[in-house]
Design a protein around this ligand. Structure first.
Ligand SMILES: *[C@@H]1O[C@H](CO)[C@@H](O)[C@H](O)[C@H]1NC(C)=O
Ligand SMILES: *[C@@H]1O[C@H](CO)[C@@H](O)[C@H](O)[C@H]1NC(C)=O
Ligand SMILES: *[C@@H]1O[C@H](CO)[C@@H](O)[C@H](O)[C@H]1NC(C)=O
Ligand SMILES: *[C@@H]1O[C@H](CO)[C@@H](O)[C@H](O)[C@H]1NC(C)=O
Ligand SMILES: *[C@@H]1O[C@H](CO)[C@@H](O)[C@H](O)[C@H]1NC(C)=O
Ligand SMILES: *[C@@H]1O[C@H](CO)[C@@H](O)[C@H](O)[C@H]1NC(C)=O
Length: 675
């Protein structure tokens, strides 16, 4: 699901950092040159002349001067199916983030620095590239380009209520009018649009479920009836909301096991909007579709959601509750007059889903133990292979995917692996391709951020390693990133504390020496679900922490054109025993893979941090050690034991830190003499 905030934050780093690193090894001849005569187009560019002609023709009868094409789907998904890749088909540009605007004489793409060079390779000279990807930049362009009073068309299915608001707030005062066009104009001219993905939704096995779907329906209905604003129904628009409610999974979009769906849930009815031909007899029985009381699901065609919502709204006394971050404008705009509408940032399903039940907690932790085996296999293999000079970023990414696929309940990767060496890792979100894959070498740092889907859980972990001699600066930066990770992980806080109020703990050790990172510090994860599961995390729009929430903790540091460090673990909030208070929480780290010892300078760690680290390593030894034995992985077991040897404990480290103290208090003149 779209963790837009987190992704946006990542883009910040990218904007600041190493924009030339990704494609630098390739000659510039493969980018288009529209000022050459005739224009130079690389073989990777797509001729968009005819599609633009057709789209422009379809704009005229609608009386719109511009048409906006975002890169998302009707559920604001983080990953989209090929049939929703409208921006890519129109422009040729296949990057995951971007927005296009088409007028009668211009076609413009906005995307962030990760994708500028890719756009120059994939677009023909019909297209202009704008490098500031903010909504403000798009609306400013529209105001300059089209006259006051003119209309700007958009597909309301592809805008969240909140994003629409930003466009509207910028354009309306300038007298440019947004015109909602629910029939997508690209779809009308896209003759070879990919079909609906073929797989039917499936139900989760009972072994991974504690709450049946009627129990979940009860939980949400209780919140409807307790709400003082008296809503009569909840509308669910994000794909994970419906999948969660009914304990169903699907295969419509990459990486996330979701299926196209909406749900309208009232106190006594349940309407599920899906591609009904994909609902098997078994699912119909499971969902109780052939009855009409309050625990019977009425199956309705996916495409009828607008007309059905409209007919519901015609009833008297109804009020529909929607979460504005994940409801699309196409449904929201129907809910009039205002007394039929109740909004909150997140739907009650998203907030309820964020707290895992006991079964979900247990199996998600178990999935992380098997996942740790796969990641250790990668790290052990790289330690052997990299000195031979045979591996690159892509072969490493494939290797970890393969290791995961051998683990029980594996269902593929949970996102595209970030496998980045040297300067490529300075781009926080870089994934290798055939053109860019960098050879792995003992003289560079390497960052691998990867995760798996398992029937019982979703994982996401980042480790950064060096196989040769790291510099003192690399060691210090790595240690300070680790200190940030540990400081958040070991924090004790009152239940209900917001992540944003703890976030600086992850940055403090870096800030002390004037270092920082430009992305978010964590996000929720699901049970065989989204890997970036909103609304848990450390940003201002995340909800307060309660017991049973899982979040990533992932501080980092990126040095432009040189290296990147990120240390990411998943942790669950658990009760903490405190001397005086009740109802305090702390984190228990469930990702169980050792850090790179070579990069840790223990004399920077406080005794408490060192104690935490040693405890963590003890846990790895007992929990993953047991699993490695069970799987008969002797070599991996020895590797793990070597890498989790205890660090010098408090007494020994106290000696080191008092020596450090002594040196720092010496007058600098004396220090110079000593050196
Ligand atoms: C594009 O072509 C023009 C005209 O031939 C040339 O002057 C310019 O250097 C080229 N630009 C790039 C980036 O290759
Ligand atoms: C793109 O296609 C159009 C229409 O088929 C054709 O007229 C034009 O020459 C093509 N442009 C290029 C650069 O090949
Ligand atoms: C087209 O839109 C403009 C600007 O909103 C409006 O003035 C004009 O009347 C519209 N024309 C038609 C035919 O609807
Ligand atoms: C399905 O409906 C039947 C009767 O129509 C009811 O007895 C049963 O409890 C329902 N099943 C669920 C899971 O609610
Ligand atoms: C990358 O190269 C390999 C080997 O040449 C090839 O099999 C693979 O399809 C390529 N992948 C992409 C995404 O181009
Ligand atoms: C470890 O950190 C201490 C304190 O900053 C520093 O004096 C020492 O040189 C560092 N050691 C290494 C091996 O980098």
């Amino acid at each position: 699901m779209s963790s837009s905030g987190w992704i946006l934050a990542v883009c910040l780093v990218v904007l600041e950092g190493g924009r030339y690193a990704v494609w630098a090894e390739e000659g510039s001849g493969s980018e288009r040159n529209c000022s050459a005569i005739p224009p130079y187009l690389p073989p990777t560019a797509v001729n968009t002349t005819l599609r633009l002609r057709d789209l422009r023709a379809s704009m005229i009868p609608l009386n719109i001067s511009a048409y906006i094409i975002p890169a998302t789907d009707a559920h604001l998904s983080e990953y989209i199916a090929p049939r929703d890749a409208r921006l890519a088909w129109m422009s040729g540009f296949t990057g995951s983030a971007g927005t296009a605007v088409i007028t009668q004489n211009k076609a413009v793409l906005w995307t962030d620095s990760r994708y500028w060079i890719q756009a120059e390779r994939q677009m023909d000279c019909n297209w202009e590239l704008q490098r500031d990807a903010s909504v403000r930049s798009i609306t400013n362009w529209l105001i300059l380009e089209i006259p006051e009073g003119d209309q700007v068309g958009f597909d309301p299915f592809l805008f969240s209520v909140d994003i629409f608001d930003v466009y509207n707030t910028n354009l309306t005062p300038a007298g440019r009018i947004l015109k909602s066009i629910p029939d997508n104009l690209v779809d009308k001219i896209w003759t070879d649009r990919p079909p609906l993905p073929p797989d039917n939704p499936t139900r989760l096995p009972d072994s991974v479920i504690e709450r049946t779907w009627p129990t979940k329906v009860d939980q949400i209905r209780a919140q409807i009836s307790d709400n003082p604003y008296k809503p009569t129904a909840v509308l669910l628009s994000a794909l994970d909301e419906t999948a969660w409610l009914f304990n169903l999974r699907g295969n419509d979009i990459p990486f996330n096991p979701f299926f196209y769906s909406y749900t309208l849930l009232s106190m006594d009815e349940i309407w599920l909007f899906v591609h009904t031909e994909r609902m098997t007899e078994e699912l119909k029985v499971y969902l109780n579709t052939s009855c009409y009381h309050s625990y019977c699901v009425q199956l309705l065609e996916y495409s009828s959601v607008r007309s059905y919502l409209q007919s519901y709204l015609q009833r008297s006394g109804v009020r529909v509750w929607v979460g504005t971050e994940y409801t699309n404008q196409a449904l929201y705009e129907l809910i009039t007059p205002e007394d039929k509408l109740l909004t909150s940032t997140y739907s009650p399903v998203l907030t309820t889903k964020s707290v895992k039940d006991a079964t979900e907690q247990r199996i998600l932790k178990e999935a992380h133990v098997r996942d740790a085996v796969a990641v250790m296999q990668l790290l052990m293999w790289l330690e052997k292979k990299v000195p031979e000079g045979t591996e690159n970023e892509l072969t490493a990414a494939h290797f970890v995917d393969q290791c995961r696929s051998k683990q029980k309940n594996s269902r593929g990767p949970s996102f595209e692996t970030i496998s980045a060496s040297g300067p490529n890792a300075a781009l926080a979100h870089y994934s290798p391709s055939n053109e860019t894959a960098r050879k792995l070498s003992v003289s560079e740092m390497y960052l691998v951020d990867s995760g798996g889907q398992y029937l019982d859980g979703t994982t996401d972990i980042t480790r950064t390693v060096h196989w040769g001699k790291p510099t003192d600066f690399q060691k210090e930066a790595y240690t300070r990133v680790l200190m940030g990770n540990i400081e958040i992980s070991r924090t004790v806080f009152p239940a209900g504390t917001r992540g944003v109020n703890m976030e600086m703990l992850g940055r403090r050790a870096l800030w002390e020496v004037g270092l920082n990172y430009g992305h978010g510090t964590g996000h929720g994860v699901g049970n065989y679900f989204g890997v970036h599961e909103w609304p848990v995390g450390f940003q201002s729009n995340n909800i307060p922490f309660q017991e049973g929430m899982f979040t990533s903790i992932e501080p980092g540091y990126y040095k432009e054109n040189d290296f990147g460090i990120r240390i990411e673990d998943i942790a669950v909030t658990v009760p903490a025993t405190t001397k005086y208070g009740n109802n305090y929480l702390t984190f228990e780290t469930v990702s169980l893979v050792p850090y790179d010892r070579k990069l840790i300078n223990t004399s920077l760690l406080s005794p408490e941090q060192l104690h935490w680290l040693n405890k963590y390593y003890e846990t790895i030894r007992s929990v993953v050690g047991h699993e490695l034995e069970r799987q008969g992985l002797k070599e991996e077991y020895d590797w793990m034991m070597k890498h989790t040897a205890p660090f010098l404990t408090a007494g020994a480290s106290a000696v080191i830190s008092s020596v450090t103290l002594l040196v720092t208090v010496l007058p600098s003149v004396l220090l110079h003499n000593l050196l």
